[in-house]
Design a protein around this ligand. Structure first.
Ligand code: NAP
Length: 251
């Protein structure tokens, strides 16, 4: 119940899906949580309400993580509300699958700006608030970065890049008491995966057939591992890519 007591956490993209679940699980473990969102104010407020109704502490902050000035404001509002930062979860992300014939520079920039640049901007901004005590960063990557799927070349490249950032920064943070790890989810049922048409599709059936644990993931499957990585239980883990995917193989 108290694994994250008195910790302050920012979860980006926490108005929906995996991010919303991480925000709720963190708060249930005692963290004060900043629920970031890009446009879905009502959904973000619902997450805050679920947390406060459960006796927890949370605020919502609108900020597009791909824009430097909005990231700066996200961290200023965190400082004003809670004075410090202990945990950053880079969860905000988008996925667009398309055959190479339909490749567009716009889609490339959109995915790289949110999934990669956004994570770098928030990590950079977190360092000041971590201060001398250090901190903890969790990047929500994807199995797709490790095992790319047809039509997912750009999305997979963003997640492979994010994993490279995790490893490079784990070394750069040597001696600074900052841990950084990637979680690689398999297919998870979220608002986003419904909208993308994965849930209920033939592709989902194929994924599940190749998943030893025999089902699509739920956001809480990821949130529980995020709690572990954010807590002292994972105090000797950094620079790792941790698959949370039911053991999916060969897709
Ligand atoms: P989702 O249901 O589509 O929710 C996405 C969240 O990200 C929303 O809260 C959205 O906010 C926020 N967001 C989008 N663009 C943003 C921006 N520029 N700045 C700030 N927030 C932004 O997504 P999900 O399926 O939970 O996926 C979450 C993460 O897990 C992503 O990084 C994704 O790549 C990764 N992942 C997902 C799966 C899966 O199967 N679902 C598998 C592997 C990895 P608004 O609602 O305000 O737009």
């Amino acid at each position: 119940m108290n694994k994250l007591k008195n910790k302050v956490a920012i979860v980006t993209g926490a108005s929906k899906g995996i991010g919303a679940s991480i925000a709720k699980y963190f708060a249930a473990e005692g963290a004060k949580v900043v629920v970031n969102y890009a446009s879905s104010k009502e959904d973000a407020e619902k997450v805050v309400k679920a947390i406060t109704n459960n006796g927890g502490t949370a605020i919502s902050v609108k900020a597009d993580v791909s824009k430097e000035s909005e990231v700066a404001r996200l961290f200023e509002e965190t400082k004003t509300a809670f004075g410090t930062l202990d945990i950053l979860v880079n969860n905000a992300g988008i996925y667009q699958y398309a055959p190479i014939e339909e490749f567009s520079a716009d889609s490339f920039h959109q995915q790289f700006n949110i999934n990669v640049l956004g994570s770098l901007l928030t990590i950079q901004a977190s360092l000041k608030l971590f201060g001398d005590k250090g901190g903890n960063i969790i990047n929500i990557s994807s199995e797709a970065g490790k095992t790319p799927l047809a039509t997912g070349s750009v999305y997979s490249a963003t997640k492979a890049a994010l994993d490279a950032i995790t490893i490079a920064l784990s070394k750069e943070f040597s001696g600074r008491n900052i841990r950084i790890n990637s979680i690689l989810p398999g297919i998870v049922e979220t608002e986003g995966s419904h909208t993308a048409g994965f849930i209920g599709s033939e592709a989902e059936t194929k994924f599940v057939a190749n998943t030893p644990l025999g089902r699509t993931g739920q956001p809480e499957d990821i949130a529980k591992v995020a709690v572990f990585l954010a807590s002292d239980d994972a105090g000797w883990i950094t620079g790792e890519k941790i698959s949370v995917s039911g053991g999916i193989y060969g897709v």
